[in-house]
Design a protein around this ligand. Structure first.
Ligand SMILES: Cc1cc2nc3c(=O)[nH]c(=O)nc-3n(C[C@H](O)[C@H](O)[C@H](O)COP(=O)(O)O)c2cc1C
Length: 330
């Protein structure tokens, strides 16, 4: 696909990129190759440092080569392995993104390394905390998003409320929308709501460079947004210590049908459920294993190279915005 014309916002100017499209730091899925592909296409790639595996992080920074990429961490998990932040900072990343937990213990280290700090947040208290901690960029995540988050807010009202709060408190801070952006319509809507760009997960999950099993892609591509919901079941069987306010959006399957809403039964049968889950992960059986996708899976009809996704999204958003401007002038 040919290169789209640049679409300039405060975010593109901040990072010196062509399009306000940011790859979400999806744990173990946004590897160096995907991050580098998004950056090469004119967006900004983030490696998904996730729960923090040093070898994985080193390998994926290696796979990104000399590309300008950022790195994201799950904040409560980083608190258990804080040395991984130094590992990432030593690579002079384009930015560090912290999501899900108290970012204050890390904020000064990131900022004193001269690296922009991006904070992903799900409610206004978290946004205020991020602003007070000195974040340069706020990602306002709505509940339609894939992967972890909270059930509290949908982007349509949350993002403009965040934009107003940030404008009042620290107008120099940029706002990025996360949740549901899979095409040009979503990106245009993000900009119309006052955001400076969009953080995109699910659409890049369904890209050729994502570290995703082809079987997961095959299962998810025909699905609609109705087939996803928020649950904690996969955190329980993965024995991850997620704080209770967070859950994750996943594709429905027979494993979730069996256990979602049956917490007590699951706890009683936990060793057996963990065993079933682990075997299914090894066998790539997504009737049991997790496909953590957002509602926007219903807008995605094929796996595509990341570069084509970036250009298609940027081009369509520019057309939509130009058409809207034309209709106002007439
Ligand atoms: C498979 C998957 C894994 C994710 N893992 C992380 C993660 O490790 N850290 C993080 O900050 N956000 C993670 N997210 C959430 C994204 O940062 C982002 O908020 C979300 O993808 C935006 O919604 P969308 O999926 O509709 O684009 C993940 C999202 C997906 C789909």
């Amino acid at each position: 696909m040919s290169r789209a014309a640049p679409l300039t916002t405060r975010l593109t100017e901040f990072f010196g990129i062509d399009y306000p499209i940011v790859l979400a730091p999806m744990a173990m899925i946004s590897g160096g190759r995907l991050a580098a592909a998004v950056t090469a296409a004119g967006g900004l790639g983030f490696i998904g440092g996730g729960y923090g595996d040093r070898e994985w992080l080193q390998r994926e920074f290696g796979n990104a080569g000399a590309s300008k990429v950022g790195c994201g961490f799950i904040t409560w998990s980083l608190a258990e392995k804080p040395e991984l932040l130094d590992e990432a900072l030593a690579r002079q990343p384009a930015a560090i993104m912290l999501s899900f937990g108290d970012l204050r213990p890390f904020a000064d280290r990131v900022r004193s390394a001269g690296v922009p700090l991006v904070a992903q947040a799900q409610n206004l208290d978290h946004i205020r905390e991020a602003l007070d901690a000195g974040a340069d960029i706020i990602v306002a995540q709505g509940s339609e998003a894939g992967g972890h988050g909270m059930t509290v807010r949908s982007t349509f009202t949350f993002v403009p409320e965040v934009v107003d709060l940030v404008a009042e408190r620290r107008p120099e801070v940029l706002v990025v929308l996360a949740g549901g952006v899979a095409d040009g319509r979503g990106l245009a809507a993000a900009l119309a709501l006052g955001a400076d760009g969009a953080l995109v997960g699910t659409r890049f999950w369904a890209s050729s460079e994502a570290l995703v099993s082809p079987r997961a892609h095959q299962r998810a591509i025909p699905a609609s947004g109705d087939d996803t919901f928020r649950t904690r079941i996969y955190d329980v069987v993965r024995q991850l210590d997620w704080p209770v306010e967070y859950n994750e959006r996943a594709l429905a399957n027979s494993f979730l049908d069996r256990w979602h809403g049956n917490d007590e039964q699951l706890l009683a049968a936990l060793p057996e459920a963990i065993d079933t889950f682990e075997k299914a992960v090894a066998a790539e059986d997504f009737d049991v294993a997790a496909a953590l996708v957002g509602e926007d899976i219903g807008l995605i009809r094929e796996v595509r190279p990341a570069g084509g996704i970036v250009h298609g999204m940027a081009r369509d958003a520019a057309h939509i915005l130009a058409r809207a401007a034309d209709s106002v002038q007439r």
